[in-house]
Design a binder for this molecule. Structure first.
Ligand code: NAD
Ligand code: TYD
Length: 336
């Protein structure tokens, strides 16, 4: 069986490819990725010579390139689409590439799914499409109220998927997960940014009052959920995936500082809040739990292991971090 993973050189996509190759001997994986600033083939050096793995450099917004790659799958082929622009702060600076990839690119993939009668298309979405919630949790029937250009572009992608399912009978399913963390995450997101800053003895920029809440999910637990939905999810349905670990940013920052033996008073730099900053994300995961999924990793273990991974893999993030710092500096300066 052949599986095309779009965006497989990014954080979750590369972890998912590794998960599939180590759990299934019969699956061939084609990684289709544009290699934007966030895509990195070094995320996959341990499996790059596996005969079941191949890589195509391509853009999901390019119909010819997509068509060629999807035609290699055959009728039993599967597609999982991770490809997206993903960082909220970048979407606030410039939204165009988000709309292009996350909405238009999704449509291009769906057209190829239609044409080649692909067995299943799994669309990777996010809990951010529901917007912010002070109390309680969103379920899959909750309305979409995205607040950042990133979240809005992902919501647009979800609606295109829904429409292709209803109108053309495309066999699509959607997962909406909470914030992931773990190895190979680009050091622009909260956890890897703060760990790598502190390993370089730089302060960490905490937005606003630091009391915004995210529900943290270890990346491998997301991979096992995606795998389950790919096999057993019902066509046309949406599945929320959450870690059950709601934490304030300040609390996470303190745990990282404590683990690295650093004094919170010296290393936290409170900075002006992100515009439109969602206060809390929370999803009800009853539906995927009915399929038998449970997250396996505790937040305490997952965060410790992630800190160790960044400590031991400096060469992986060192160069990336230099480039990322330029974006971060101009972002923070513009906000002063
Ligand atoms: P990432 O930014 O680490 O990786 C994105 C990957 O997509 C990169 O390899 C990039 O090169 C590729 N890509 C971007 N535009 C492309 C295009 N036009 N054509 C082909 N490839 C392209 O992202 P991630 O954190 O791994 O997120 C993966 C997916 O999961 C995204 O759809 C994101 O919205 C969703 N998601 C992420 C999180 C999270 O916490 N990271 C949470 C919920 C949902
Ligand atoms: P982030 O990792 O960007 O994910 P998202 O905004 O998609 O949830 O941010 C997670 C939380 O951390 C969010 O509330 C914003 C906050 N944050 C900071 O306080 N400082 C930072 O430098 C970053 C990147 C995020």
């Amino acid at each position: 069986m052949r599986l095309l993973v779009a965006g497989g050189a990014g954080f979750i996509g590369s972890n998912f490819i590794r998960y599939i190759l180590s759990n299934y001997s019969e699956v061939e994986v084609i990684n289709f990725d544009k290699l934007t600033y966030a895509g990195n083939l070094e995320n996959l050096t341990d499996i790059e010579h596996d005969p079941r793995y191949s890589f195509i450099k391509g853009d999901i917004c390019d119909p010819k390139a997509v068509e060629k790659a999807v035609s290699r799958l055959g009728a039993k082929g599967l597609i999982v689409n991770f490809a997206a622009e993903t960082h909220v702060d970048r979407s606030i600076v410039s939204a165009g590439s988000f709309i292009q990839t996350d909405v238009f690119g999704t449509m291009v993939l769906l057209e190829a799914v239609r044409k080649h009668k692909i067995a299943r298309y799994l669309h990777i979405s996010t809990d951010e499409v529901y917007g912010s919630v002070e109390r309680g949790s969103f379920n899959e029937r909750s309305g979409l109220e995205p607040n950042s250009p990133y979240a809005a572009s992902k919501a647009g992608g979800d609606l295109i998927v829904r429409s292709y399912c209803k109108t053309y009978g495309v066999p699509a399913v959607i997962t909406r997960s909470s914030n992931n963390y773990g190895p190979y995450q680009y050091p622009e997101k909260l956890i890897p940014l703060f760990i790598t800053n502190l390993l370089e003895k730089k302060k960490v920029p905490l937005y606003g009052d630091g009391k915004n809440v995210r529900d943290w999910l270890y990346v491998e637990d997301n991979c096992s959920a995606i795998d389950l939905v790919l096999r057993e999810g019902e066509i046309g349905e949406v599945y929320n995936i959450g870690g059950g670990n709601e934490r304030q940013n300040l609390e996470i920052t303190r745990i990282i500082l404590e683990t690295l033996d650093l004094d919170p008073k010296k290393w936290i730099e409170p900075v002006k809040d992100r515009p439109g900053h969602d206060r809390r994300y929370s999803v009800d995961c009853g539906k995927i739990k009915k399929l038998g999924w449970r997250p396996a990793k505790s937040f305490e273990d997952g965060l410790k292991e992630t800190i160790s991974w960044y400590r031991e893999n400096r060469s992986w993030w060192k160069n990336t971090k230099k480039k990322q710092s330029e974006f971060k500096m101009s972002w923070l300066e513009a906000r002063h």
